[in-house]
Design a protein around this ligand. Sequence first.
Ligand code: CA
Length: 360
Amino acid sequence: MERRSFIKKVAVTSVAAGAAIAAPSVANAKTKIRWKMVTTWPKNFPGLGANANYLAKLIGEMSGGRIKIKVYGAKELVPAFEVFDAVSQGTAQMGHGGAYYWKGKHEATQFFSSVPFGMTAQEVNGWLYYGGGMELWRELYAKFNLIPTASGNTGVQMGGWFNREIKSAEDLKGLKMRIPGLGGEVLKRAGGTPVNLPGGEIFTSLQSGNIDATEWVGPYNDMAFGLHKAAKYYYYPGWHEPGSIIECFINKEAFEALPDDLQSIVLAACKAANMDMLADFTAKNNQALDLLVNKHGVQLKQFPDDVLRQLKTISEQVVTEIAERDPMAKKIYASYSAFQKQAAMWQGISEQAYTRARSL
Ligand code: CA
């Protein structure tokens, strides 16, 4: 390992020295940069894996082929939950995943995927790009040698697939459910047993009865895993993930070694991929929900209001405690919650009031 890291350092140093000597414009135009992107998703998985592929393709095209990115599915180069370390250490230059997978690195990473009863996609994008969220995310990931950004959003997720009905908060007790991040902690305090499994292991665990319930994403992605074949009830809404950010993070040295125009291309491509994924999910969730209900006979169920109220109370406790444990988490949560409070007022008289009016 020491030898490898020494060789890598020498290689990086010589590239940097070479670039400084050559005329930058000539060197930049001819340089072919080859990057690896490791992901937490099964290779080519609809929506999530597709977003990684789209991002790599877009960066290749926008840069006129100057950056070529090879995308690896989970386990191809590193296992799903080792993606963060792999990019941090420079084994790969880019990573693609969900920030709540890294709560073991820092609890505040979870604020950058989704907060239970937190912001929707539209609101969280406002916070990231124009409300100070992105700056805080960069500050948080800096000590891990990473530059994070958003490259997708799932929109409001589904509550999940259950093999037993949830009629009251009592029914959450003893429930073994795949639910990552803050939502998992909330379920734990409600008496359940949260389990964190990568996507590729969910179907078998649910079918074998190893877990009683699972959440994944929404109709489009859930149908791709065939989860409707392993559980009876499909609950909504996804209180735990109201607008999950899909992240892309870049090894700091790799990013800083790029000329300015390529840095700008990489970040602009991520922004385009962020918009693309939400549009893709909006279109495909509509179609998949129709198929699940009308072709596969899936039973849709809404969580009772008193269950949601209890989960909301617990969520507020969980998030507040995280903020109290760590100054960086406190700073991020203060910014997030202040933005959400303002956004809720506007949302109430815009989207919310309009969708209500539309359904009268
Ligand atoms: Ca999810």
